[in-house]
Design a protein around this ligand. Structure first.
Ligand SMILES: Nc1ncnc2c1ncn2[C@@H]1O[C@H](COP(=O)(O)OP(=O)(O)OP(=O)(O)O)[C@@H](O)[C@H]1O
Ligand SMILES: [Mg+2]
Length: 265
């Protein structure tokens, strides 16, 4: 496990998966990366920061209205660990789930006046228990997204390999750099992750190719990660909880190495 520079305390790496448009692969990336890391023995806490709560549903954690969730964790209501639930089928995979009530977080975060720092502060209580926290964010620019960026050590921006996907990555980068200039996040960009890369046999589709070229022009080739191919098999793996086969897992291996989470647990 990584040790913090001072004091030798264990350090939980916080990775935010953010992209300011719907359907860019945020939830897929968070879930499949989390499962891949848990299978490698890492203690992983997923965090569902999207009121649509698809990550919580994929993890099979339906909440009763009186059960603590991310909203209670954000508000500091009760011990943080009470909002952490195990994900069935994985020994070291956990989730802080959400439901529709998370919409109320926007008001809470804006009222505090320091919304961008709230999640980072609350996650300190989880740090001794996990190696990595992966945060799935909502698609709209909002107080929740600012808090998710503010909490991150590392930022991954999934972006569909289309014109819309490139625009989503560019918007997310603009917000990230603006927040960094304000000192509202200290995160490092781990990379832009091209999602739904389309191939016909051995030829990449023109749209995927152009979109990924635009991504490389925007952030530099080294910051564009190994693409996730368009495939029904990823969709099935997300929904069913089944493990990815070797051929499907390789984009996540690249991402894991980029996040500094490869090697022995
Ligand atoms: N490799 C893939 N190829 C094709 N479709 C995929 C692949 N992976 C995921 N999908 C589908 O793409 C859609 C969008 O993915 P996902 O839900 O991860 O995006 P998102 O950014 O979280 O969306 P939202 O902003 O709505 O939360 C989903 O319907 C998912 O089933
Ligand atoms: Mg999602």
């Amino acid at each position: 496990m990584t040790k913090a520079a001072e004091g030798g305390a264990p350090m939980m790496k916080i990775v935010s998966v953010c992209s300011l448009s719907g359907g860019q692969g945020k939830t897929t990336t968070t879930l499949l990366l989390g499962r891949a890391l848990a299978r490698r023995g890492r203690r992983v806490c997923l965090l569902d920061a999207d009121p649509q709560h698809s990550l919580s549903m994929f993890c099979g954690v339906p909440l009763e209205s009186d059960q603590p969730s991310l909203l209670e964790l954000l508000k500091g209501q009760g011990p943080a660990l009470d909002a952490v639930y195990p994900v069935e089928g994985y020994e070291s995979l956990f989730i802080v789930p959400s439901d529709d009530s998370l919409d109320a977080a926007h008001e809470y975060l804006s009222q505090t006046g320091v919304g961008a720092t709230v999640l980072r502060r609350r996650l300190e209580a989880l740090a001794p228990h996990f190696d990595v926290c992966l945060i799935d964010s909502p698609p709209q620019r909002s107080q929740l997204v600012l808090s998710v960026l503010g909490a991150a050590h590392l930022l991954v921006i999934p972006a569909e390999s289309t014109v819309k996907g490139f625009a989503s990555a560019a918007r997310t980068l603009d917000l990230f750099y603006a927040q960094r200039d304000l000192g509202a996040t200290q995160a490092t960009l781990a990379g832009v992750l091209p999602f739904r890369d389309r191939w016909f046999g051995h030829s990449q589709s023109k749209e995927s190719k152009l979109a990924q070229e635009a991504m490389r022009d925007e952030v530099g080739a080294a910051q564009v990660l190994t693409a996730i191919p368009e495939s029904e098999r990823y969709k099935r793996a997300v929904a069913s909880g089944e493990a990815l086969g070797e051929s499907l897992e390789y984009p996540f291996e690249d991402l894991i190495a980029r996040l500094g989470l490869g090697g022995a647990a």
